[in-house]
Design a protein around this ligand. Structure first.
Ligand SMILES: Nc1nc(=O)c2c([nH]1)NC[C@@H]1CN(c3ccc(C(=O)N[C@@H](CCC(=O)O)C(=O)O)cc3)CN21
Ligand SMILES: CC(C)C(=O)C(=O)O
Ligand SMILES: [Mg+2]
Length: 265
């Protein structure tokens, strides 16, 4: 594995047909644990609002909080590519997007993640020109939980599926480096992955995306709340966290995770 992962090393790995793994981390200790056990990408996810802060959703998370956690992650990171979520209501205009992203990049992030479709193309292009790589999150976008009315599988009907494919293509055309799909039928995720020339990361999106992501507290069985269908508890298989993470990496590389029971149709 390279000393430091970059957007290019991930793209190269995917072009060679290798799967990659992503886990969340919100602090230096978890960043160290994850990045020294084979995980290529750390996501400083706004899910920290739920699992770290104990809030109802990711909506209350602020840019300043993301900056704080990103800076902590950077101190523990051992060479993973660090992607930070732009939180709710911090990327409404191109100008606001550049300002919020600049704060995350100055905290040490290597790239930012935005939730949304083709309406973000101008922002993606502006970020690309500013030297900020992006990941675009489609499907179940948790910052819109109040519009969705719950955490539900997205893209089940033909129109929604077609829109998702068009959004992904437009965003990659506009300069998006990665696409992330959350809670979408496995066959749609496969179609999106085939349709775009960018690495696609999945969570609850079947086995055919280029990478997989999970929230670390979920896959270590530490989340006391009801787990989504896509979660696998790796700590139930291996008795140390290091081994649990290594088992997850191996499962993804070998195509054993996600299994049919973790997928939607
Ligand atoms: N700990 C944690 N893990 C996550 O994966 C996560 C967060 N927090 N916070 C932000 C979002 C919220 N997420 C969620 C939360 C619940 C479901 C869920 O219960 N989904 C149903 C699908 C129901 C349907 O069929 O439409 C499931 O059965 O999995 C999915 C994603 C994913 N993200
Ligand atoms: C669930 C993942 C994809 C995420 O956005 C987060 O952890 O915030
Ligand atoms: Mg998030």
């Amino acid at each position: 594995m390279p000393k430091q992962q970059t957007v290019s090393t991930i793209k190269k790995l995917v072009s060679e047909g290798e799967k990659f793994t992503v886990l969340t981390a919100y602090d230096a200790t978890f960043a160290h644990l994850v990045s020294s056990n084979g995980v290529e990408v750390i996501l400083v996810g706004d899910s920290l609002g739920m699992v770290f802060q104990g809030k109802e959703s990711t909506v209350p998370v602020t840019v300043d909080e993301m900056v704080y956690h990103t800076a902590a992650v950077m101190r523990g990171n051992q060479g993973a590519l660090v992607m930070a979520d732009l939180p709710f209501n911090s990327y409404g205009s191109v100008e606001q997007t550049l300002e919020s992203s600049g704060k995350l990049m100055r905290a040490g992030a290597h790239m930012v993640k935005l939730e949304g479709g083709a309406w973000l193309c101008d922002s993606v292009t502006a970020l690309s020109r500013a030297g900020i790589p992006t990941c675009l999150h489609l499907g179940l976008t948790p910052q819109s939980v109040n519009k969705f009315g719950g955490y539900k599988v997205q893209g089940r009907d033909d129109t929604a599926a077609q829109t998702m494919i068009c959004d992904a293509k437009a965003l990659v055309e506009a300069g998006a480096d990665f696409i992330l799909l959350e809670c979408v039928p496995a066959d749609l995720a496969k179609r999106v992955t085939e349709a775009v020339d960018a690495p696609v990361i999945g969570i609850g999106a079947g086995k055919d995306t280029d990478g997989q992501v999970l929230v670390i507290y979920d896959m270590l069985g530490l989340n006391p709340h009801k787990m989504a269908k896509f979660v696998k508890n790796y700590a139930a298989i291996d008795t140390t966290w290091q081994k649990a993470i290594q088992a997850y990496v191996q499962d993804v590389k070998e195509g054993h995770f996600p299994a049919p029971e973790h997928c939607f149709e």
